[in-house]
Design a protein around this ligand. Structure first.
Ligand SMILES: [Zn+2]
Length: 298
């Protein structure tokens, strides 16, 4: 692929069918990259088998298709990408940036989420260990970027995150590692996703630096909240999008993203709604707030 081509992606976890919140992310990433005349890829993030729901990835792909959100190329499954994650870990180990950690869950809980580097110099063995990335000193671990919606964002990895895990003690690769390796592998230039992931972006920027990857552009959307103020998610029992309402769902998502579609658009077809959405896509209209209430009906 040409280095000049724009490539976006939607990367669902197969933990359940699409709900309004995940449709918003899919739609926004699709409209944004199509406005840039780029390609839109779909990647199924299926590297956490205990959390997966059988059949969910097939359902998600059917739902995207029904909403006219047709992806370019083949769907990439992270479960088929494990050799590349291993290679990235080896590359980081060669640079002496990683170490084994045997801290258990109880010890981690006492740390309040910020790892203290306890195992950094202990030269522990691989067996039953997590692999952590050394985030370096305060200067090196300080990351900042300008989000296309949220604006300037910065974080000190040393003081706010600590050395983070790239592989868990149970042997599963971390989300942070897999997402960075795959965004690079797929040549992703524009990442559009929910603001619940904003605070993991500095970790991903740092990993990109360590692995010598290019930095994509980031755009973090407000997340849709339920009446209790929680993010819509499978865990919070968000309603799956019902079949047959695709045009209505797209229109409602455009309204929610404050793209101000004309009322008559609601009565048009899925492809006409998407066509309007691409032509009129305006990042500047999307509110730079972390969360907003989901619509009452969808
Ligand atoms: Zn440790």
């Amino acid at each position: 692929m040409s280095a000049l081509s724009n490539i976006g992606r939607f990367a669902p976890s197969p933990t359940g069918p699409l709900h309004f919140g995940s449709l918003v992310s899919a739609l926004a990433s699709y409209l944004d990259i199509k406005k840039r005349r780029g390609q839109w890829l779909v990647r199924v993030e299926d590297i956490d088998p205990p959390r997966e729901v059988p059949g969910a990835s097939a359902t998600i792909l059917q739902q995207l298709d029904a909403h006219g959100l047709h992806w370019d190329g083949d769907v990439l499954y992270q479960s088929e990408r494990l050799p590349d994650y291993l290679a990235a870990l080896e590359q980081l180990a060669h640079k002496d940036l990683t170490y084994y950690c045997t801290c258990n869950r109880q010890r981690m809980q006492t740390l309040g989420g910020i790892y203290d580097g306890h195992c950094r110099d202990l030269q522990l063995a691989d067996k039953d260990s997590a692999i952590r990335l050394n985030v370096g000193d305060t200067d090196r671990g300080h990351q900042q970027f300008t989000d296309l919606i949220m604006g300037d964002y910065q974080q000190s990895l040393r003081t706010e995150v600590g050395d983070f895990a790239l592989r868990r003690r149970d042997g599963l690769f971390s989300y942070q590692l897999a997402v960075v390796v795959d965004d690079h592998y797929q040549g992703i230039t524009h990442i559009v996703r929910g603001s619940d992931l904003l605070d993991s972006t500095p970790r991903q920027l740092y990993l990109q630096q360590c692995l010598g990857y290019q930095r994509p552009e980031y755009m973090h959307l407000p997340v849709a909240l339920n009446t209790d103020g929680q993010k819509l998610s499978k865990q919070n029992h968000a309603a799956a999008l019902a079949p047959g309402n695709e045009a209505h769902n797209l229109y409602t998502a455009l309204v929610w993203l404050q793209q101000q579609p004309p009322a008559e658009l609601a009565y048009l077809s899925v492809s006409e709604i998407l066509g309007w959405g691409i032509t009129n896509w305006a990042i500047s209209k999307i509110p730079s707030t972390m969360g907003m209430s989901a619509p009452d009906r969808f």
